[in-house]
Design a protein around this ligand. Structure first.
Ligand code: TXA
Ligand code: MG
Length: 517
């Protein structure tokens, strides 16, 4: 396609510059293309009643021309010029949801060219609420066809920057009205059937329709992986909204999702694969490996809808190979979010519980007398082992009255071995709420016996020797010269090596990672 100069103009929604709108309106009237903000996503506008203009839209987007366009209007009366056999419920729906994120499908009038409807006898119509969009539609003569202003197959644009990235040089003008409010495309409701049917979920939900006109149907391909059923909205069949990376949705209860994604991210880290994680404000702190992005808060699905496409685009910029996404509540706009995620993922899902059960222990606590030498040494040594699974490794003491730094000789021998425990302060063991995926390893038999007697709730208490299946004695260096600490370190090095081997032999599913990354 021949490159052209694209005019880019900023506009203030609260103080709309008339000249910009007039200029854009003239371009549309003359058969040109103008991208503009709506409350859902940015649209790529053309004169809807001009067959040739619609054709240009397909070319600019690189979109198959059997995929029909939505006609945007700014006055309810104008609906009657482009649609016929308008069912009576339309008035109530328009009164409640127009202008706004709702598209309705009707039989088309003769005024609408087949080039706009992708050859269909029906037409999709929407009256957006964004004041810039309304002013532009009016300036263009009242009927503006607009698909999302992205290159076909890319996430829909939620900022002018996204449009510039995809379409600069291919269209006449881009109006920059800042970031959109909603972030996912309008709800599409097919009014040619009774009851009306939702073909694409959006900010207006089935529950909201039900309150106005009673129950509506939902196209069952919306959240379904069955590829042999054809979605009723032609555009929904494409692997739309697709990020460049392979994407997978991790599904389960939230705890399982976090643990499973941690396991996947750790396995990827070991394989030096660059991966992304779609997380929320609430879950962000749990992830240590991979590029983690906050898509919004679980307390408000609207924030997730608003950020979703931006986050997917950012991952493209980062060149990650795989993206793991948490799944989100299906309430309110959540259904639209999950529908877009499913499409971005090409319906690839991972059952979180399946992954979680591949790892038996997640936390290891070494317990010694005062948590000032042997325990912290063992913990630090284990952290330096090559482990197939990720563990949170800590140490605690049987009797710790107040936090103290480690024994100076212990630190000295660790330093000469290239490690340090300078951030460690001794801490009393507290066995009250230790979950079953925690492994408690005492350094002496007596300590183990005592712990077992005191904490019947803890499932996994062993000595380090016992669990590592190695009878090597751990000398107690306390009060002895530096050399004794050195001997202790060497013994613990061998034992933590044996422990690592034991843990690695228990790590299941190693061969599975290929499938998930
Ligand atoms: O929020 C939105 O609706 C945005 C903004 C720009 O208004 N527009 C948008 O357009 O998402 P687009 O072209 O990306 O998606 C339009 C969807 C496609 O899935 C298309 O197949 C469907 O609407 N559609 C359009 N006309 C239709 C018709 N007559 N029958 C069934 N589906 C139709
Ligand atoms: Mg689109």
């Amino acid at each position: 396609m021949k490159f052209m100069e694209t005019i880019i103009k900023k506009i203030d929604k609260n103080n709309i510059e008339g000249n910009t709108i007039r200029e854009a309106g003239e371009i549309l009237k003359n058969g040109g293309l103008v991208a503009f903000p709506t409350e859902t996503v940015y649209g790529l506008g053309a004169n809807a009643l001009d067959e040739e203009a619609a054709g240009k839209t397909y070319a600019a987007k690189g979109r198959p021309s059997d995929n029909p366009l939505i006609v945007h209007i700014c006055d309810y009366e104008d609906l009657r010029r482009i649609a016929v056999n308008i069912p009576p419920e339309t008035d109530a729906l328009a009164a409640h949801f127009w202008p706004g994120p709702l598209t309705m499908i009707f039989q088309k009038s003769d005024e609408v060219p087949y080039g706009t409807t992708g050859g269909l006898d029906t037409v999709a119509v929407r009256m957006p609420s964004d004041p810039v969009a309304l002013a532009l539609i009016r300036a263009a003569g009242g009927f503006v066809s607009a698909p999302s202003a992205n290159t076909s197959g890319r996430p829909s644009p939620t900022t002018a920057g996204h449009v510039i990235h995809d379409l600069e040089g291919k269209i006449d003008m881009i109006i920059d009205g800042g970031a959109v409010d909603i972030g996912v495309e309008s709800t599409i409701l097919d009014m040619t059937v009774s009851p009306p049917m939702i073909l694409r979920p959006g900010a207006v939900t089935a529950e909201m329709f039900a309150e106005v006109i009673g129950p509506v149907d939902i196209d069952r391909t919306i959240l379904n992986a069955e590829s042999n059923i054809r979605p009723k909205a032609p555009g929904m069949k494409y692997r739309h909204y697709a990020p460049r990376a392979r994407m997978m949705i991790v599904q389960g209860d939230i705890r399982d999702e976090i643990l499973a994604i941690r396991q996947l991210a750790y396995a990827a880290h070991r394989r030096k694969k660059k991966i992304g994680i779609i997380a929320t404000s609430e879950t962000l702190p749990f992830y240590k490996y991979g590029i983690v992005k906050n898509v919004g808060t679980r307390e408000n699905e609207k924030t997730i809808a608003r950020n979703l496409y931006r986050v997917l685009r950012e991952f493209d910029q980062e060149d990650v190979e795989v993206i793991y996404s948490e799944s989100f509540a299906m309430t309110g706009i959540g259904k639209a979010v999950m529908n877009r995620l499913e499409k971005a993922a090409g319906h690839q899902r991972i059952d979180a519980a399946e992954i979680v059960k591949l790892q038996q222990y997640r936390r290891i606590i070494f317990v010694s007398g005062t948590d000032s030498a042997r325990g912290p040494i063992a913990a630090e040594l284990l952290r330096h082992q090559d482990l197939l699974q990720e563990y949170v490794v800590d140490s605690r003491g049987m009797v710790v009255l107040f936090p103290e730094p480690v024994n100076q000789k212990a630190e000295a021998v660790m330093r000469s071995a290239g490690m340090t425990m300078e951030n460690h302060f001794s801490q009393q063991f507290d066995g009250e709420s230790i979950p079953d995926d925690t492994l408690v390893l005492a350094l002496e038999e007596g300590q183990k016996v005592k712990l077992r007697a005191e904490y019947e709730n803890i499932k996994n208490i062993f000595t380090l020797n016992e669990f590592a299946q190695d009878s090597l004695e751990i000398p107690n260096p306390y009060g002895k010269p530096l050399a004794a600490y050195g001997e202790c370190l060497e013994a613990l090095r061998k034992l933590t090596g044996a422990l690592a081997e034991k843990l690695n032999s228990m790590a299941e599913g190693e061969e599975l990672w290929e499938k998930y990354m």
